[in-house]
Design a protein around this ligand. Sequence first.
Ligand code: 3PG
Ligand code: MG
Length: 392
Amino acid sequence: MAWKTLDNMDLNGKRVLIRVDINVPMEDGRVTDTTRIDRIVPTVRDVLSAGGKPILMAHYGRPKGKTVPEMSLSHVVPALSDILGQPVTFIDGNYGEKIDALGTGEIALLENLRFNPGEEANDAAFAARLATLGDIYVNDAFSAAHRAHASTEALAKLLPACAGRLMQAELSALEGALATPKRPVCAVVGGAKVSTKLDLLGNLVSKVNHLVIGGGMANTFLAAQGIDVGKSLCEHDLADTARDILAKAEAADCKIHLPTDIVVAREFKAGADHEVLPADKCPADAMILDAGPDTVAALEAVFADSNTLIWNGPLGAFEIQPFNFATNAAARKAADLTRRGDLVSVAGGGDTVAALNGADAAADFTYISTAGGAFLEWMEGKTLPGVAALEG
Ligand code: 3PG
Ligand code: MG
């Protein structure tokens, strides 16, 4: 790897600025999913055990350069302290003084960096001010690495910099799945719209052996092949684009898998009356809400034949029953194969992880990324500014 890790740094007695992503879901002032906090523990622990003073820096929400009290990171401190197993000192002003007062073994957290307009502007002066607070910079926020912000980009160039444990784990999981995978590789790309995943599909067809297209996106591809999709979610204006992707896939020897049977309903609601039909038999007044059992059986066979699986996006309207059928069945198959040692499976994206959790499959996956947008951009083949800045 082209970047340094904590193992390459002398941390003893140093103030270590660690960029983390603790942009966690909250309800009524409480953290409802601690995954992102859980996953930064190894870095903080390793910095502490090497004698460094961890000073955590992060953003919360999108306050757009202003102080928005509901977006204060102070709300995350109780969960953070709990998970790290010791009190975390919250620093909302007088950065320098408070950091000087920190003792060895203590952990600090700075207030939401995005309260300062300099953060999102990748402002050199703001980065320089942050740089005065530390001796070493660690980026452990893979999920924010697609942003070129002061704490992810400019700051990395001002201090000796390295990747934290979570950053390392995310990058090696993704490289293992897409850069140097054990073939055949299967990618599952689902979700509502092709328009949000064009770059992704374009990149994947030249990298993977099987590309499974699911969810609303599949309807656009079916329609592009002249199939009537009734009232289904569909981007008819992207028919040409969809045909281009199919042609590019064929030229690259990437097999595209679309639904061969569908689950249709007249209304988008849990428990709606539904029926299973061949993919080209969607009634004019119905919408496709899931893939059918034949499609699932075919996917299971593709997974069984693959050695690596990368998954982003659900296969149907997984948030309402019974239209989570295809997503759940496919997820469980991937989980089984992984548990048996027959598949390396990597998944990312907020909806995807929620869907895999709903299917009770996430725990068996080889790796679940904490990233949404950054996972997607990495899979699109884009350079992530936060990663590039670590490459010395
Ligand atoms: C996320 O939650 O996806 C990351 O923390 C990045 O947040 P952003 O999309 O507001 O930059
Ligand atoms: Mg986001």
